[in-house]
Design a protein around this ligand. Structure first.
Ligand code: AP5
Length: 217
């Protein structure tokens, strides 16, 4: 089973995907996390992606599709895959069809998380991430027990460079211009697209999200 999590930056895709993946033993595939790992590891892909990410622009489609194709090879065919932050352009969505066909899979459904821009901006301004284990906190809504320290692994938390206000504005524009058209792309597709209101407490969003994904089986 393959489910795509769609929605603007800061809407909570990562937060929801991590929880569902843990509870149903699914693979959480976040292209943002894979790119940040490539940057940390100093790979050629990481170097190519850095400028685009820091500017709030999208990394070129061919690099992303190669990354996803390679990553999928390491996931057992029977494992559910939750794509988080991918695809982000119609070219990626079209390319994904081919990648999934090669892997004997197909898209079972799309979940669109929805929240107003004020909520997204506030969440991103308060986000703190652990570069060591990937845990995500928020100084307003979900602070760590000790300031700037990861509860899970003790790592030093960071405020992502692309969460700076100017870059967030650009990421929101890029979402509207290049990613939002995927809603009509998938509405015209065979896979069901379900909207989940995300401007609510994490647990409330999760209850709806999980029920929607269960219905896509
Ligand atoms: P990526 O890392 O994918 O960023 P994004 O899509 O902009 O999404 P975010 O991680 O910002 O938000 P999220 O929705 O996951 O929210 P989260 O759960 O963290 O991409 C970064 C960059 O990489 C891109 O700009 C691009 O350059 C490149 N890239 C990645 N994929 C690409 C692709 N496919 N093609 C091309 N380029 C690509 O939550 C946010 C905050 O809110 C957290 O602090 C969290 O604790 C809090 N929060 C979450 N839910 C709630 C809630 N219900 N109530 C209160 N607080 C909440």
């Amino acid at each position: 089973m393959v489910v795509i999590l769609l929605g603007p930056p800061g809407v909570g895709k990562g937060t929801q995907a991590v929880r569902l993946a843990e509870e149903v033993y699914a693979a959480h595939v976040s292209t943002g996390d894979l790119l940040r790992a490539a940057r940390r590891d100093g790979t050629a892909l990481g170097a190519k992606a850095q400028g685009f990410m820091d500017a709030g622009e999208l990394v070129p489609d061919d690099l992303i599709l190669d990354l996803v194709r390679e990553h999928l090879k390491g996931i057992a065919p029977e494992t559910t895959v939750l794509f988080d932050g991918f695809p982000r352009t119609t070219a990626q969505a079209t390319g994904l069809r081919g990648v999934l066909t090669e892997a004997g899979r197909q898209v079972n459904g799309v979940v669109l998380f929805v929240a107003p821009d004020e909520t997204l901006v506030k969440r991103l301004s308060g986000r703190r991430s652990c570069p060591d284990c990937g845990a995500v906190y928020n100084v307003f809504f979900n602070p760590p027990g000790t300031e700037d320290t990861c509860d899970r692994c003790g790592g030093a938390l960071v405020h992502r460079a692309d969460d700076a206000p100017d870059t967030v504005s650009r990421r929101l524009e890029v979402y509207r211009e290049q990613t939002a058209p995927l809603v009509s792309f998938y509405e015209a597709d065979q896979a069901p697209l379900e909207r989940v209101p995300a401007d609510r407490a994490v647990d409330e969003v999760y209850a709806d999200f999980r029920a929607v994904v269960e219905g896509m089986k």
